[in-house]
Design a protein around this ligand. Sequence first.
Ligand SMILES: Cc1cc2nc3c(=O)[nH]c(=O)nc-3n(C[C@H](O)[C@H](O)[C@H](O)COP(=O)(O)OP(=O)(O)OC[C@H]3O[C@@H](n4cnc5c(N)ncnc54)[C@H](O)[C@@H]3O)c2cc1C
Length: 360
Amino acid sequence: MAIGTMLSAFRKNSITSRITPFRSLSTLVLAEHEGGSIKTSSLSAVEAAKSLGEDNSISLLLAGSGHSLKEAAEHAASSHPSVSQVTPVSQVLIADSDKFTYPLAEPWAKLVHLVQQSSGYSHIIAASGSFGKNILPRAAALLDISPITDITKISGSNLFIRPIYAGNALSTVRYTGSSPCMLSIRATSFPVASEPADLKSNAASIDQVDLSTLDEDDAVGKSAYVKLSSQISERPDLGNARIVVTGGRGVKSAENFKMIDKLAEKIGAAVGATRAAVDAGFVPNDLQVGQTGKIVAPELYMAFGVSGAIQHIAGMRDSKVIVAVNKDADAPIFQVADYGLVGDLFDIIPELLEKLPEKK
Ligand SMILES: Cc1cc2nc3c(=O)[nH]c(=O)nc-3n(C[C@H](O)[C@H](O)[C@H](O)COP(=O)(O)OP(=O)(O)OC[C@H]3O[C@@H](n4cnc5c(N)ncnc54)[C@H](O)[C@@H]3O)c2cc1C
């Protein structure tokens, strides 16, 4: 849809700050966007919202400014069920202001508060990445509610499952409050089947949030955006990759880690690392997998020189197939591995590189 057509699709009545009574089953999904597209983790949040109930009416909240916000709104609106069964969004709410150019917690939390006060959603959901973890607690405090975090399964509109003790036990939580239920979900537990393809088909409505009552003084100044440092890579994103190749302290140096890179390159995988490998300076910390790193659940997880500490397992145990190479036959990683090879990674990786066919 052209931007002009999309703008004409905006409803005349924008959202205002009147207090609306609590609605039955309706969900506000806080969505992150980049380069004019909704991030996969936010689509997973929509996927999670679907499991709350069939009659759930889902609104997606996008904020930012300029062209990329409009493109993202268009992308979200095109995810209507007639286009894709993946994302049955019925409404896209956009907050267009320079305040939201960067996802800072203060203005975003104010925005969530404003939208909730005016529309009375029964549920508020975000993916449990740095975006959601930044915004939800502050928004929860403003709304005086207690969020339920890191949900891996939704068994009804008020029954949720979340891991505890670094993933060693699952806790079932029943929400009994009368205030809105605020949730963060693990994106890897609600995979998105496919991206919406046809951006020209029937769109959900796109409504502008009326920001005139957003409190200026409170919303700004508590934190400031400094810069975004990201590596440009043709590799898949670690959080969503189908294959992850991880190196641990056993790889021994940053120089040796290039072997892991080479293997990942050859099989189209993302590279991961343990905290010990990150702390030793082999790779940057955005590659860390685990309790205090990224949570991944690829189809294939390959671990080289990784002992399998509980904090590492917490971040990769949901992988479909786990392959571990370690020279210590008693390494705990073998307890979760589907295929384990006791051997020296400095022999095995070169052999793998030699035997694997070149990537087409
Ligand atoms: C609060 C907290 C949070 C944490 N969060 C995380 C987290 O998010 N992610 C994380 O990964 N860790 C985390 N940790 C650290 C965690 O406890 C472990 O210290 C870390 O995972 C160990 O990393 P490693 O397996 O690379 O190193 P090690 O435990 O030192 O294991 C190295 C392994 O390499 C093997 N090896 C050595 N040489 C070779 C060779 N040539 N060939 C084959 N195998 C070889 C060894 O047998 C050994 O098993 C956390 C710890 C704490 C306390």
